[in-house]
Design a protein. Structure first.
Length: 75
């Protein structure tokens, strides 16, 4: 996940326990690195969701017929 080179100094009031937990989960050396990795994950997850929604929309509008060959969809 690419990080931007431009940095800005911000002040936030954040839950210290959440930062430490994220730092541990993300194997980050610093709190800043943990926050940056978490933001990168959120951004990439959003992109994956957007692409999945677009693919689903193309599938739904394609008019393709789906057969229930095992008969499990109708009860």
């Amino acid at each position: 996940m690419p990080t931007t080179k431009a940095r800005s100094h911000k002040h936030f009031r954040l839950n210290a326990a959440k930062i430490k937990r994220a730092q541990k989960v993300l194997h980050a050396d610093t709190e800043t690195e943990a926050i940056e990795r978490a933001l990168d994950l959120v951004i990439s997850e959003h992109e994956r969701n957007r692409l999945a929604m677009e693919a689903n929309e193309r599938f739904v509008t394609s008019g393709i017929a789906v057969k229930d060959v095992y008969g499990t969809l109708e009860h």
